[in-house]
Design a protein around this ligand. Structure first.
Ligand code: CUA
Length: 191
């Protein structure tokens, strides 16, 4: 006898499920419940949420605050982009905008700073190259992150959120100087 769509295949679905099948259903159900519980638990205890201080901010206000910060601590300039060396422990401002990171920051290794990140136009992505440090930079929010650079050197900030035709050009710079270097010693030496 042949099988067709009209004459359905004889099945076994009306027979009681095998014990192994019941065990697997039980395991799958328990695992579903574990994952379900992890959603709220991870939110509260997972430590993956931004630990910084978060505020709403008007983009214009953030831009103004950053300009004050630049005016207060500027030590040089590179192709029109100010280089700013704030004192250890201070609040540091960094704007993501189409298509630059403003300003260039010069920080001391081993010192803690509060890094304020925001955008004045669209979403950008802060990626500290070559480290796996990533952060969403969103207009309207000031994300203040406690940061302590551990290594001296020059680091790039790459935008990793597509933000328009100049996205690939949106590269910024953070310079980390050894703890004993002073601002006065390298004014005018921008590289
Ligand atoms: Cu900013 Cu891509």
């Amino acid at each position: 006898m042949y099988e067709s769509g009209i004459a359905s295949v004889q099945g076994v679905w009306w027979k009681p499920a095998h014990r192994a099948e019941k065990v697997w259903i039980a395991i799958a159900f328990i695992w579903c419940m574990v994952l379900f519980a992890m959603m709220p638990l991870w939110h509260l205890r997972g430590g993956q949420n931004p630990t910084g201080i978060r505020h709403r901010v008007e983009p214009a206000d953030f831009r103004e605050r950053t300009n004050e910060f630049i005016a207060a601590y500027q030590v040089g300039e590179d192709a029109g982009m100010p280089i700013v060396e704030p004192p250890p422990g201070s609040d540091v401002y960094l704007i993501g905008m189409m298509w630059q990171w403003r300003p260039i920051l010069r920080l001391q290794a081993g010192a803690e700073y509060t890094l304020h990140l925001s955008s004045v136009d669209v979403n950008h992505g802060f990626n500290l190259y070559p480290f796996n440090v990533n952060f969403q930079v969103v207009p309207g929010y000031d994300y203040a992150l406690k940061v302590t650079p551990t290594e001296a050197g020059e680091f790039r900030i790459v935008c990793n959120e597509f933000c328009g035709v100049g996205h690939h050009l949106m590269v910024g710079r953070i310079e980390v100087v050894p703890a004993d270097a002073t601002a006065a010693a390298d004014v005018g030496d921008d590289r």
